[in-house]
Design a protein around this ligand. Structure first.
Ligand code: ADP
Ligand code: MG
Length: 317
């Protein structure tokens, strides 16, 4: 049976070029660039709650880091370092090999150094702390939306939740839709480039992990403002567009695990934002605007308020 130290050496030790002292000592040592703040965030994934026990270990490895990177993206921070605290019910080297592979695939794709962590026995649980740099005062905060800002969303919403609904037998997706939905669910793509590019233009941002209505709601609460959004402008897949019945609608407005960014920016930043969209090859959609009156209004194409209870949305609350 390999010791804890063998496991750390074999599965969690990887070159860390941005780090003064990495895995192996009592603590890691890093340096933040002059003129920058350290942005820090932690997210935990618990087996049975955030992923199925039988889920592919490489997917779990990817996703556990990707969801943390998404928080850096939402702050407009440049992610650089991560620590990994993992509890394992048993030493399963096949599982660890796959997990480590998926984790470092994501770490390498985004240039992240794993600088330390903790390895213990216990119910499967993965807790990652991510650290990144952001120029002092330039972070994209939730509390800084301004009245009149336009509200934007990246990519498409609802795909991951649709994939989950399929797995749970709530819907039967055609195979091409299923493929993109499962990809969105298992291999989310954190919008790090977008967050970095937005830091000069956007007033506020959040990553959509719990559904658009809930996460945009956090910006509104923190900024003490309201919003009007137009249902038909919310970006979604063709499948969702043509099946705007209760389940796909619920996935798009309130599904989890999108990891797209929702941000607000002044009207005069519109061209710059569209140029960013083109440059990074990611669709950015304008879905509404920030209002002085608090609360979130969902509107149809005639600017009439949509009663969410009528759409069935409320039944899922
Ligand atoms: P200590 O007993 O001083 O807390 P540990 O035995 O927990 O040290 O860890 C030894 C070294 O390995 C430390 O540098 C720690 O950060 C690192 N480490 C432990 N587990 C992990 C892991 N899952 N991923 C990355 N580094 C780890
Ligand atoms: Mg320790």
């Amino acid at each position: 049976m390999p010791s804890e130290f063998n496991l750390i050496e074999k599965y969690f030790t990887h070159p860390a070029p941005k780090t003064d002292l990495g895995v192996g000592d009592d603590a890691a040592l890093i340096q933040v660039k002059e003129g920058y703040q350290l942005a820090i965030s932690t997210d935990t994934l618990v087996a049975g709650t955030h992923f199925f026990h039988a889920a592919d270990a490489a997917d779990i490895g990817w996703k556990s880091l990707a969801v943390n990177l998404s928080d850096m993206a939402a702050m407009g921070a440049h992610p650089k370092w991560a620590t990994l605290a993992i509890a394992l019910p048993e030493v399963n080297e096949a599982w660890l090999g796959k997990f480590s592979h998926g984790f470092f695939n994501c770490a390498d794709a985004f240039n992240i150094d794993l600088i330390g962590g903790d390895t213990t026995r216990g119910p499967l649980n993965i807790s990652i702390t991510i650290m990144g740099e952001v120029p002092i005062g330039k972070a994209l905060r939730r509390d800084s939306a301004q009245c009149g800002d336009e509200i934007w969303v990246s990519g498409e919403l609802g795909n991951a939740a649709l994939g989950l609904a399929h797995i749970e037998g709530e819907v039967q997706l055609p195979s091409n839709v299923l493929q993109t939905s499962l990809q969105a669910l298992h291999r989310p793509q954190p919008r790090v480039n977008l967050g970095l590019a937005l830091s000069c233009f956007a007033h506020s941002a959040i990553d959509i992990s719990d559904g658009l209505l809930s996460d945009l709601g956090h910006i509104l609460t923190a900024s003490k403002l309201g919003a009007e959004i137009q249902l038909s402008t919310i970006p979604c897949s063709e499948f969702t567009q043509t099946h705007l019945t209760t389940l796909p609608l619920k996935c798009m407005l309130a599904g989890g695990d999108d990891y797209e960014l929702c941000f607000t920016a002044p009207v005069n930043a519109r061209d710059a934002i569209l140029a960013i969209s083109k440059k990074i090859g990611l669709n950015l959609s304008r879905i509404g605007c920030i209002t002085a009156m608090q609360g979130l209004c969902l509107l149809d194409d005639n600017k009439m308020k949509i009663d969410l209870e009528l759409t069935g949305y409320d039944h899922f609350a």
